[in-house]
Design a binder for this molecule. Structure first.
Ligand code: B16
Ligand code: MG
Length: 212
């Protein structure tokens, strides 16, 4: 019943969340800000600057916009250094097989990610050029839960939103899909919020959700 599937990247296709955590943690320690895994979970699907605003809730003091931009850039440099550790081995074979099967069933496949590093990550995973469309942090002006990133992905696929299924690991992402009039499947952390049409225990469960 779907013509296209739009995948979130971080937390769905791969697990760069640990690198986001390490990079933010290093910056937070330097600034004397308390930061832990629980706060990190709130950063899923949220843009870089909005993530920093969440981290700064624990900052005692004021920070100028200029400093915010500078520190966020510093975090991104750290993060990109960590991303260099990624190789094609970080692509779970189950994920690749599932994608290939979906494609063989005639579905179009796209990425819908908040990340401005999506292209670099796909390259590291050996997936550059694999998807029929990539909509990411570079082509949007409003981040999830706004549906813009997914609506753009549907547009790039030349499909109507209601013909697409979104796969997400973040509450903000499920909300974005729903706001965009798209069905959604939750995986990982997002299963808890009970907002999705399908809850996936493992990535290949997607094949059951989509049907043949
Ligand atoms: P960047 P997704 C999101 O990716 C991450 O989940 C989120 O933690 C991050 O802040 C955001 O990308 C922006 O990433 O700093 O690389 O532009 O889950 O939407 O694929
Ligand atoms: Mg995600």
């Amino acid at each position: 019943k779907y013509k296209g599937i739009i995948f979130d990247l971080d937390g769905v296709i791969c697990h760069t969340d640990k690198y986001h955590y390490q990079a933010w943690k290093k910056l937070a320690d330097k600034l004397g800000i308390y930061f832990d895994q629980e706060i990190n979970n709130r950063l899923r699907g949220v843009s870089r600057m909005e993530s920093f605003d969440i981290i700064l809730e624990k900052y005692h003091g004021q920070m100028s916009q200029e400093d915010k931009v500078r520190y966020a850039a510093e975090k991104n440099d750290l993060y990109r250094e960590l991303l260099k550790n990624m190789t094609t081995d970080d692509l779970d074979p189950q994920v690749k097989e599932t994608l290939d099967t979906l494609r063989s069933r005639g579905l179009l496949l796209a990425i819908g990610s908040s990340s401005k590093n999506a292209g670099f990550i796909l390259e590291r995973l050996g997936l550059d050029g694999y998807f029929d469309a990539v909509s990411d942090g570079n082509n949007i002006s409003r981040s999830k839960p706004d549906p813009e990133v997914f609506l753009k992905a549907a547009e790039y696929l030349d499909l109507q939103p209601q013909d697409c299924l979104v796969v997400e690991d973040a509450q903000s992402g499920l909300e974005a899909a729903i706001a965009g009039n798209m069905d959604c499947a939750a995986i990982g952390d997002a299963v808890k919020c009970n907002k999705a049409n399908y809850n996936l225990e493992t990535f290949s469960d997607l094949l059951l959700a989509v049907g043949s």
